[in-house]
Design a protein around this ligand. Structure first.
Ligand SMILES: [Zn+2]
Length: 391
């Protein structure tokens, strides 16, 4: 049995505890939390929280670390660079980059990841990882005539992940501008009631313009690359959220980015769908669009906030702590405990692992992360805070 004396313990299962001893089994299961220091325990200086959950990542883009240049050209500029550089390195090199990224996430205290995949090459890394992965097989395709083929391919890919019996894998749509109704409906007919869904939402002005009237930089990009969007029916003045949410099933649904989402849309979305998770990827938003997502509005409207790193193509590191520090820098009034929950328990709830991850509670196996170099009188995610994985 391992024992740790902790000055401040955030359990996510009630108010913060002070001067307690946490007993942990060698496999990481919480055995006891006692209300006094134990003479034989190891003293941890800092704030102890559950392991982080990264709810939006693209592990298979890890080889693009430092390859793409932020040009503030928005989505079109980013996708253009992504297309040009995505297949430049061979598969072996890509897998090595994924192992490195996976280790980086583990060392940064991340215990679970919601990972978007278009290919099977991350499979081996996930199968050997100490991190829990939920793989979201991402489907997209502007031509409704291909919907059947796209779903079939997605189901085959899902089987490749499931066969390793490690983590979970389910289908999910890419974004409002890349998934016609035919594809969405077919996809929804192939998911289970407990499968969470995740979709990129209102990340850039380029996609908003394309959704409205099929014009702008994204339309130009599609034309330049021979991608037909003749069958795409524009949404007009109706926002992508308003257009899509009514046809989504009631499964847990994570909206990723929401960079350009207004308060009216947030309120409307929460009134339409009962189980929304609002994923913030602030590092990627600054990288691609030089824009800060409206985290204050999400907090104000009681949204369940989750945190994602996005990929190393659009972020310099895969660290939930760094994401949260960046949110705190721009929104200092959001309370510490709210951000801890967003970075841990909310992500666990989204991935359906809330009965063992996200809380420091007897019988749970949440991973333990120590926030060091932190103001112990008024803990918050100041820029100098560091994290250390304890379990
Ligand atoms: Zn993404």
């Amino acid at each position: 049995m391992l024992k740790f004396n902790v000055t401040i313990l955030i359990t996510n299962d009630g108010p913060a505890l002070t001067n307690v001893c946490v007993s942990v089994l060698p496999d990481g299961t919480i055995a006891d939390i006692s209300s006094d220091f134990d003479d034989e325990a190891v003293y941890l200086e800092g704030v102890l929280i559950p392991g982080f959950v990264n709810t939006h990542c693209h592990l298979e883009l890890s080889h693009l670390k430092n390859e793409l240049i932020p040009d503030n050209e928005g989505m079109k500029g980013f996708i253009q660079q992504l297309f040009a550089k995505r297949f430049q390195s061979d598969e072996e090199e890509q897998i090595v980059s994924m192992y490195t990224a996976d280790t980086e996430m583990w060392n940064q205290g991340i215990v679970a990841v919601g990972d978007i995949s278009n290919f099977s090459r991350s499979n081996i890394v996930k199968a050997e990882s100490k991190i829990y992965y939920h793989t979201f097989i991402e489907l997209l395709g502007l031509n409704p005539a291909f919907a059947n083929a796209i779903v079939e391919k997605g189901l085959a890919l899902q089987q490749e992940f499931l066969i390793r019996k490690k983590g979970k894998a389910s289908l999910t749509p890419h974004a409002p501008y890349s998934c016609p109704t035919e594809l969405l409906n077919l996809l929804f007919s192939h998911i289970n009631v407990n499968d969470p869904l995740t979709i990129h939402m209102q990340e850039s002005l380029d996609e908003l313009q394309f959704c409205m009237d099929k014009s702008g930089p994204l339309a130009e990009f599609f034309k330049d690359n021979g991608i037909s969007f003749a069958d795409f029916i524009p949404f007009g003045e109706v926002s992508p959220l308003q257009k899509l949410l009514p046809i989504f099933p009631q499964n847990k649904l994570q909206l990723v980015h929401n960079t350009y989402t207004t308060e009216t849309e947030i309120q409307l979305a929460n009134s339409i769908h009962p189980a929304l998770f609002w994923c913030v990827c602030i590092g990627a938003n600054l990288f691609i669009n030089n824009k800060i997502p409206p985290v204050d509005l999400m907090y104000k409207n009681n949204c369940t906030i989750t945190i994602g790193t996005d990929s190393l193509a659009s972020n310099t590191q895969l660290s939930i702590l760094e994401e949260v520090k960046c949110i705190h820098k721009h929104f200092p009034s959001i309370p510490f405990e709210v951000l801890v929950k967003a970075a841990t328990a909310n992500g666990a709830a989204f991935l359906g692992i809330e009965n063992r991850v996200g809380k420091i509670k007897i019988g749970y196996n949440p991973g333990l992360v120590l926030l060091e170099n932190i103001n112990m009188h008024q803990p918050h995610f100041q820029s100098e805070v560091k994290c250390k994985r304890i379990m």
